[in-house]
Design a protein around this ligand. Structure first.
Ligand code: SF4
Length: 419
């Protein structure tokens, strides 16, 4: 088995490798092979952290055994997520597979040719485009046709591409922000101009679509492989119910939001588009603190986030049983560059919701944004300025949840109470 198959298990070649290996998944499960535990970890990390990267860190590729376990963990994960019997779980799992894959693709593209002696093989952009039948639909922009000064040279690393309008519309969504709307795009000869980063966002959607295909499997509960995996599924459900915020904190106090969320809101308020992981993290946080889709729409009224996209994301973050999926952990947000862990406050809580809960608990008095005078959820200018000031002071003073509220405003933030 090729390590590249394990790295991108949804590629056609990987599917063939699994078929060629003629491994019996029920036997694998019955034998409790390493692929089974890794498959369970894959789903757990997807649901909890928005990534399927192994917690142990590096992508395993040093031995054939690791490669096989990693590759086979993918079909096992697909069975597990099917058995969870939850549409939002499937959505989130597919999104996490896609986010992880695009992270890896980004890494591969950044790997200099001369450094390709790394143990894990890499893909080229052309390979990825061909995998999704986009080889003819996406073309690097030549410097002659580029109107922007940063268009870059054609060939290996162009800064912009042209993607045919059909695939563009299929793979992108106006819900990603105003700039993705076709009317706001340079369109010529039936092709849309996108930056390299935007092309990767579209490819992430292509991966997500591929992973999502065919899920959930129809599996008779209590029989065959479903019976063998019963314990693993029960563990995942238990974990979900423990980690889900069954009784959401249900207080909206923007001045107590963790810095990562404040930064994302401020970025959107400046009119900048949020990347898919940024937007997911923010929506999961706002839903996690008990906001309804309407409230989130009102809260984000003056930002680059549009109502349609907000509704789509917030709907799938809750299933019809009210289970909520928490935002990714601080560690994952740090990997995405969303968290800067000011003054090491990651030591205090593992995820932004937990951090916010502690800040709310430590505050003397909390005014809910939904009850404020104007009633439409608008943060007025003075208040917003105050929030920003407080955020900076808190960060500079090493503010922690335990030092929130009064301590923060008196500038005597201390980490004494930190866990
Ligand atoms: S440590 Fe956690 S809560 Fe704090 S900024 Fe980072 S992600 Fe947000």
């Amino acid at each position: 088995m090729d390590a590249l198959d394990a790295k991108y298990p949804f590629f056609a070649a990987a599917r063939e490798a699994v078929a060629d290996a003629a491994v019996s998944l029920p036997e694998l499960v019955a034998a409790d092979a390493p692929a089974v535990e890794r498959g369970r970890e894959r789903v757990e990390r997807a649901l909890m952290d928005g990534t399927v990267e192994s917690e142990s860190g590096e992508f395993p590729g040093e031995s054939d055994y690791d490669v096989q376990a990693e590759l086979l963990s993918y079909p096992i994960a697909r069975i597990l997520v099917s058995l969870l019997d939850s549409e939002p779980a499937i959505e989130k799992y597919a999104a996490a597979e896609a986010a992880t894959a695009v992270d890896r693709i980004r890494g591969d593209l950044a790997t200099d040719d001369e450094l390709r002696s790394v143990p894990t093989p890499t893909v080229a952009l052309d390979d990825v485009l061909a995998e999704f039948d986009l080889a003819d639909a996406v073309r690097p922009e030549s410097s002659r046709s580029a109107s922007a000064p940063d268009a870059g040279a054609p060939g290996r690393d162009p800064a912009h591409y042209r993607i045919d309008v059909g695939p563009y519309l299929r793979l992108t969504s106006p819900s990603w922000g105003e700039s993705w709307r076709l009317v706001n795009r340079a369109l010529a000869d039936g092709a849309v101009r996108v930056s390299r980063g935007e092309l990767l966002d579209a490819l992430e959607a292509a991966v997500e679509e591929r992973v999502r295909e065919g899920l959930p499997f129809e599996l008779a509960a209590g029989e065959g492989i479903a019976a063998e995996l019963e314990e693993g599924v029960a563990d995942l459900k238990r974990l979900l119910s423990e980690r889900s915020y069954a009784g959401p904190i249900d207080v909206v106090a923007p001045e107590l939001f963790p810095p990562c969320m404040t930064n994302l809101i401020e970025k959107a308020e400046r009119g900048a588009d949020l990347s898919p992981p940024e937007s997911f993290a923010l929506m999961a946080f706002l839903v996690g603190i008990g906001m309804t889709p309407d409230e989130v729409v009102a809260f984000c009224a003056d930002t680059s986030l549009d109502a349609e996209g907000i509704r789509y994301q917030t709907e799938y973050l809750k299933d019809d049983r009210g289970t909520q999926y928490p935002p990714p952990t601080c560690e994952t947000l740090a990997n995405y560059g969303i968290c800067h862990n000011e003054e090491d406050h990651m030591q205090v809580a593992a995820d932004p919701l937990a951090y916010y809960e502690k800040r709310v608990a430590a505050a003397d008095e909390v005014a809910d944004w939904r009850d404020r005078e104007d009633g439409d959820g608008e943060r007025d200018g003075d208040e917003k300025e105050g929030d920003e000031r407080e955020g900076h002071e808190s960060a500079e003073a090493g503010g922690t949840p335990e030092s929130g509220g009064a301590a923060e405003s008196s500038g005597t933030a201390t980490t004494d109470g930190a866990e």
